[in-house]
Design a protein around this ligand. Sequence first.
Ligand code: ATP
Length: 199
Amino acid sequence: MYLKSIEVQGFKSFAHKIKFDFSNGITAIVGPNGSGKSNVADAVRWVLGEQRIKQLRGGTMQDVIFSGTENRKPLSYASVAITLDNTDHQLAIDYKEVTVTRKLYRSGESEYLINGSTCRLKDINELFYDTGIGKEGYSIIGQGQIDKILSGKPEERRELFDEAAGIVKFKRRKNASLKKLDDERQNLVRVRDILSELE
Ligand code: ATP
């Protein structure tokens, strides 16, 4: 699996529709300070479902929408689509190519799509669990992140190893099942109470 392309429109400094094509190897993005290099990485984080605006270097989520320049009016929405080659079927979906799209309108309305079909953020998160690509993955190492990992708590470091070992989705499923079990236990206590009142 590898990143084939990123298509952005109205996202941060990219007012026009622009497509970055990548081949299966090393690609470097170079440019002067402030030209938008980090915005490309932000676009990938965002489309993968990042909800923490601090991680995207903004104040509110609407800050990712192109806010205009001297010569160009602000835009009303931002859209990012990434296409991944999935010929090795590392992503558990029966397509050789997977395109994930996220759109956000100034009104606050937002949309996620997998291969053109509307989906939930949860579907995107689940698609990328244990691949290292998801928003919690290690595929994007931001400035200062290595320091943060080295000086972080052991539990935080453990999360990275869990992702690499491919056990995150099982842990999440286990936690969801434990919660259900707990809810059911509480329901049972309530039913017993009612029964003893009736007896
Ligand atoms: P450096 O090399 O200094 O890290 P960079 O090439 O990584 O810079 P970015 O940080 O990606 O640059 O881009 C910063 C530019 O993006 C700034 O000029 C900023 O005005 C612009 N920008 C960020 N958000 C928006 C937005 N919503 N609308 C328009 N422009 C934006």
